[in-house]
Write a protein that binds this ligand. Structure first.
Ligand code: B12
Ligand code: SF4
Length: 485
């Protein structure tokens, strides 16, 4: 008879973006959560994105009463799918359900109030989840499980003490055998890439970011360069990939660390490529020699969160950078093999037409300055809980969801926020559409015909975007006919 698992972990489907992706981001939260527990217990990861028959798979596992089912969730649609899985557990068993991840960590008490959730683990799960399983196995008292939220026998909500933050250098290699890696190999051009976490946390406090509320992300910790190289080497060898994409909130907090990482990659002649997210101000601390070093070591893309185009809005969201910083940095990339990828958002409260024009102008200038630069899709700001800007949104009339079900419906593609007029919403949707075609993002489209169409449309899109010509957009109408989200 096939051995069923002691522990079942669910990665719920998520945003529209995730549903249309052919290859998915590895379920790192669940691999990390399994890292110690899988050494003593059998773990089954069920990924709703890759397993169409996830319900059947879960029901099968439940037949042999695993110790618990763990579910991860970010704010938004993913919660709806996380709830669906939790409901399945409760319909056919009394197996305890525990939630973890960004959303439960921001709102642990409210998450625990849901009838399908028995426990919430706030913050880091590597050690605390191991302690939780030991509690289920009667080898620990519930009070000994760090980070845990639960309801005691008197019906009182209890919250245990916080676990010390983990040292990423001591983390064993993740239990990759729990997943089918083929499902998670991403591409960058013709290169095969896997995701990797090289640091955790961020010392900044941008007004819209969950770091403001998540204690485990407030302290920045980076793997040492030697250990990072060890992981890259391991992934390259084990999965025959060409490189890695770091999933850190902020990789370049220590410039020295990243320079040493690059030098070690070169010394070891690993011949890999790597992509990363960084802050504009951190990257500006690098000189041209450093940038060439990073490039020679394999750095190809840096995603830089700019978010706004005017100084007023940059200050409003507490981004901590200047408009000129962005241009200064952008110029540094010209002629190097590093492609900057600038991320912008529109639709913040108190944003004026002039501020939106500033975003358009900055994007246009950055793309004209560097033909290898790209910009993210120009998304509308969508409030997330647990930060100062969310409080401003509430003051402006945003209704805060009061339950998991409401949160699941909250962070979707809807952008009808009280501070945005109908006209502005339409404008943002049109700019979002045009932003798909402003640069060479089309090179990443798998379908050759669509790639060709996107390439043809680029000059038209750029012209319209630059001059704010948002009248009838035939291409948008056609897209709406073909794809509906
Ligand atoms: C990769 C990524 C994505 C990928 C895919 C997600 C994936 N498969 O992991 C893509 C690009 C698709 C994506 C999309 C989005 N993302 Co995203 N993403 C990330 C990113 C960069 C890395 C996630 C990760 O792997 N972290 C590493 C793991 C180990 O850390 P962790 O998730 O915190 O897990 C630890 C604990 O939380 C806990 N834990 C987690 N799950 C569980 C479960 C159990 C049972 C237990 C006990 C513990 C536990 O233990 C883990 C180990 O310590 C994070 C930022 C970050 N660095 O975390 C943002 C982040 C998670 N994303 C975020 C957002 C906002 C989004 C989007 C909504 C963006 C958008 N506007 O469309 C979408 C929709 C997400 C969805 N799933 O529906 C926010 C979430 C904030 C929130 N309130 O939930 C983050 C935190 C970024 C940020 N700074 O705001 N994202
Ligand atoms: S720099 Fe990035 S991770 Fe850090 S607070 Fe700002 S948005 Fe969040």
């Amino acid at each position: 008879m096939l051995r069923m698992a002691d522990i079942v972990l669910i990665y719920p489907k998520g945003s529209f973006l995730e549903k249309v992706m052919k290859h998915h981001y590895m379920p790192l939260p669940l691999l990390n959560v399994s890292v110690y527990v899988s050494k003593e217990y059998s773990v089954k990861i069920i990924d709703q994105r890759t397993n169409k028959h996830w319900k059947k798979a879960l029901q099968n596992e439940l037949k042999t009463s695993p110790k618990c089912v763990g579910v991860t969730a970010s704010t938004g649609e993913q919660i709806l799918y996380a709830l669906e899985a939790s409901r399945v557990v409760k319909e056919v068993s009394d197996v305890p359900v525990i939630w973890g991840g960004p959303h439960p960590s921001i709102l642990p008490k409210q998450t625990l109030n849901n009838a399908f959730v028995d426990y919430v683990l706030e913050g880091e799960g590597e050690v605390a989840f191991y302690e939780f399983v030991k509690f289920l196995d009667r080898k620990k008292n519930i009070e000994e499980v760090h980070n845990l939220w639960y309801v005691d026998e008197n019906g009182q909500i209890k919250n245990n003490s916080t676990a010390p933050l983990i040292d990423l250098d001591n983390l064993p290699f993740l239990p990759y055998h729990l997943i089918n890696e083929e499902d998670y190999i991403l591409s960058y051009g013709n290169k095969k890439m896997l995701i990797l976490e090289g640091s955790r946390g961020c010392p900044h406090r941008c007004g819209f970011c969950y770091v403001n509320k998540c204690a485990y992300q407030q302290v920045w910790r980076g793997m040492s360069p030697e250990i990072m190289v060890k992981w890259v080497e391991y992934l390259k060898k084990k999965f025959k990939v060409d490189g890695v994409i770091f999933q850190d909130l902020n990789s370049f907090v220590s410039i020295k660390r990243m320079k040493r990482f690059a030098q070690l990659l070169l010394d070891k002649d690993l011949n890999v490529i790597w992509n990363v997210d960084a802050r504009v101000d951190d990257f500006l601390k690098l000189d041209d020699v450093d940038i060439r070093l990073l490039n020679r070591s394999g750095l190809r893309r840096v995603v830089l969160g700019v978010e706004a185009g005017s100084q007023k809005m940059l200050d409003y969201i507490n981004k901590g950078i200047n408009v000129n910083d962005v241009y200064d940095l952008s110029r540094r990339f010209v002629g190097t093999g590093i492609h900057p990828y600038f991320a912008f958002i529109m639709g913040f409260p108190d944003e004026t037409e002039k501020d939106r024009d500033a975003v358009r102008n900055m994007i246009t200038n950055l793309l004209e300055q560097n033909s290898n630069a790209k910009v993210s899709l120009l998304h509308c700001y969508r409030p997330l809980p647990g930060n100062p800007l969310f409080e401003v949104c509430k003051e402006k009339g945003l209704k805060e969801p009061q339950s998991l079900e409401e949160w699941g419906l909250f962070h979707t593609n809807r952008i009808d926020f009280p501070w945005l007029s109908q006209k502005t919403q339409k404008e943002i949707l049109k700019l979002n559409f045009l932003s798909m075609f402003l640069d060479k993002k089309y090179e990443e489209i798998d379908n050759k015909f669509m790639r060709f169409l996107a390439m043809l449309y680029k000059p038209i899109a750029r012209f319209r975007f630059k001059h704010d010509l948002l009248g009838f957009l035939l291409a948008l109408k056609l897209k709406e006919l073909v794809v509906s989200d």
